[in-house]
Design a binder for this molecule. Structure first.
Ligand SMILES: Cc1cc2nc3c(=O)[nH]c(=O)nc-3n(C[C@H](O)[C@H](O)[C@H](O)COP(=O)(O)OP(=O)(O)OC[C@H]3O[C@@H](n4cnc5c(N)ncnc54)[C@H](O)[C@@H]3O)c2cc1C
Length: 465
């Protein structure tokens, strides 16, 4: 019998690959090794679990282990960790159920994901300081908040996870302070989005500390407040009491550190698998690594940017699901490209939606070798006479010479998902004129006749002429 298709990591990329491979070739033996208890779970939903909108963590699971085993005939081994990959003998070494064993593979997929960056902050190990990258971490935050009823929270990092957690903790009645070392939150979304989101966060009583680098966390003093320099009272316990910024200490009864992720590449590196310039595993258009019969997909791997053609690390769910699915098809004998990415992303910031795709600011476009022209317009999401609707701000970038759309952003209370139109333009290699000529749907409850994306394209075309 052929050697099995072995998958390391049982979430978005891994389980997509397993399901697709079994669907295409039911005879293929597929073994998934997942070190955790959960598989096929939506980490993306965890902020909403902490917020209280989702009652059970198990609701975040798309397909249960039982369904994978019984309905999809996948040999799924949870709480089995791969500790070594040996490409010379085509084996992996596994620790599971108190045993250490070796497993041969015909084809191997590394879908080990990423982990939350833990900066070398003083006091990072204090009780009440969390990162959020897994279901157990979300559970721990939820329990800590329920048990200790914090008054003040510090969110470190103004990326999408930080923004989502600001909303989640505010909804739990906590006074939220958000610290971001850059001049703006949501840096990859560009300035127009950042400014709208910052104004909205302030309206929601989130205190923003921009251009502010956190140094660490201090303990809680005997009086319950933050321990400050020169405080005479020692910390009562190891629990966080404040966040330190240079000489200042801001009170914080709970802290969430969301400063990005690092691809989990250790197994790959030890096995001599090459990393790319971003630090994630380098792959070709089929998700193959430099080592024969070894693929990589999802947050652990690089992808190719649809606009620049350069390798990028885009740790987002669709990139992972799609690459896993394509690899599942490839290993059954039908070579299928994993597809390119535009880094399309959308985030809810309280009542605002903020979205981005491709290249969203001129400086980055120039760095990528383009001669960018851009516009930012504001337009209503519905006609003026129709109830509801809100202002949408759309930024669109193009290359002056070719007129090709390079990227854009959308922010507003209603309709940020319109970013998908711009993402589609990138995928199709459309020019601004093509985009402006696209027949988008119109009816008053949904859109003005000229959709705001079309209006942005019209204005940009005028600039390009
Ligand atoms: C709070 C949060 C919110 C998010 N929101 C969004 C969103 O709104 N939109 C979006 O597109 N993306 C979002 N993401 C990102 C998205 O969840 C990831 O891109 C996606 O989960 C990546 O899937 P993956 O399969 O590559 O990796 P992961 O989901 O990280 O899964 C990797 C798996 O591998 C296992 N593993 C690792 N090493 C080993 C080993 N040695 N042996 C066995 N198993 C191992 C891990 O336990 C893990 O289960 C969010 C992420 C977080 C944390």
């Amino acid at each position: 019998m052929d050697e099995p298709f072995v998958i390391v990591g049982g979430d978005a990329a891994g389980m997509s690959a397993a399901s697709k491979a079994k669907r295409e070739d039911p005879e293929l033996e597929v073994i998934v090794l997942e070190r955790g208890e959960w598989v096929s779970y939506a980490a993306c939903g965890t902020p909403y679990y902490v917020k209280g909108e989702i009652e059970e963590l198990s609701e975040l699971v798309a397909v249960t282990p039982l369904e994978f085993r019984e309905e999809r005939d996948v040999d799924l081994r949870t709480q089995h960790e791969v500790v070594d990959v040996d490409p010379d003998s085509s084996t992996v070494t596994v620790l599971g159920e108190g045993e250490r064993y070796e497993l041969s593979y015909g084809t191997l997929l590394l879908s080990t994901g990423a982990r939350a960056v833990e900066p070398p902050f003083e006091g990072m190990d204090r009780e009440g300081v969390f990162t959020i990258h897994s279901l157990p971490e979300a559970d721990a935050i939820d329990v800590f908040v329920a048990d200790t009823a914090p008054e003040t929270a510090a969110i470190v990092g103004g990326g999408y996870v930080g923004i989502e957690m600001a909303e989640a903790l505010s909804a739990r009645g906590i006074d939220v302070h958000l610290f971001e070392m850059l001049p703006h939150v949501l840096d990859p979304f560009g300035e127009a989005v950042a400014e709208a989101v910052e104004a909205h966060l302030a309206e929601q009583d989130v205190t923003l500390h921009l251009d502010t680098a956190v140094d660490g966390f201090v303990g809680r003093a005997a009086d319950g407040g933050a321990q400050t320099d020169g405080a005479e009272e020692p910390a009562t316990d190891g629990t966080v009491g404040g966040v330190r910024v240079a000489e200042e200490v801001y009170p914080a009864d709970v802290a969430i550190v969301g400063v990005g992720v690092d691809p989990a590449t250790e197994l790959a590196e030890d096995a001599g698998i090459e990393l790319g310039p971003t630090g994630a595993i380098a792959t070709d258009q089929y998700g193959r690594t430099n080592v024969e019969d070894v693929f990589a997909a999802g947050d652990v791997a690089e992808a190719t940017h649809v606009v620049t053609g350069e390798p990028v690390h885009v740790p987002l769910a669709l990139t992972a699901n799609r690459a896993g699915r394509a690899i599942g098809q490839t290993v059954t004998g039908d070579p299928t490209p994993v597809g390119e990415t535009a880094g399309t992303a959308i985030v809810k910031a309280f009542d605002l939606g903020a979205a981005r795709t491709g290249i969203v600011d001129e400086e980055r476009a120039r760095e990528a070798g383009f001669d960018p022209v851009s516009v930012t317009i504001s337009a209503p999401s519905r006609p003026h006479y129709y109830p509801g609707g809100s202002k949408l701000t759309v930024t669109l970038l193009a290359n002056a010479e070719s007129g090709a759309v390079l990227g854009g952003s959308v922010v507003g209370e209603e309709g940020a998902k319109r970013i998908d139109t711009i993402a589609t333009a990138l995928q199709g290699g459309l020019t601004v004129a093509d985009l402006q000529g696209t027949d988008l749907a119109y009816a008053p409850p949904f859109s003005p006749v000229w959709d705001p994306v079309l209006t942005a394209a019209k204005v940009l075309e005028g600039k390009l002429a």
